[in-house]
Design a protein around this ligand. Sequence first.
Ligand code: HEC
Length: 196
Amino acid sequence: MKTSTIVALALAGAAAMLSVGSVHQTATAQMTDWGPKWTSDGKLQLPTGYREWIYLGSPLTPNALNDGKAGFPEYHNVYIQPQAYKIYKQSGTFPEGTIMLKELQLVMESEEADGSRTEVSGRGYFPGAYNGIDIAVKDSKRFAASNNWGYFNFGHHAPPYAETAAAAPTENCAQCHIDNATKDMVFTRFYGPLNN
Ligand code: HEC
């Protein structure tokens, strides 16, 4: 055999091994890398890096428009885990393991009775300090009883948030989503990236 042929064969072999390795890694990654992480007693671990996930939007229900006592007077910054987003965009379905995360962010201190203030861009509402996290996870085995989604509160206060959370009772969270959400328990009607 010519040296050049041997080199070519060796390279082809190495390439085949590399690609087998990466297929294996992809399969493993889908099982463990992006889905929810659970403690041994079934609590959800707070995901890391979620502020780099796909940002879906920030519904706002300010105190001034809710008799001074909105349940959640903050911006509700909603994120979806990126692999779940990719699958949703291809299939129109939230895959098993989807994590939806809502981080609350206070409105900056007001200067007016309506809660607004004036900044360079004009009078309005401006995002201030972070103030809590709620999460929803799709898992049809764990949460069959609440339409395949579990709901978790990691604190309604400034960070640091709780590191783990147990699933909330259906009546605290899931029921309102069952009754009112747009699609498969998610309020997709507010989230431009899911609709366009
Ligand atoms: C009274 C109804 C109601 C209850 C109770 C409720 N939610 Fe929601 N949730 C909403 C609405 C409406 C939205 C849409 C965005 C917004 O306005 O915040 C939402 C959005 C979310 C989202 C973003 C993804 C999505 O489904 O649109 C998460 C995560 C979430 N809620 C978690 C929770 C958790 C955890 C609890 C319980 C601690 C809870 N929710 C209780 C009404 C409710």
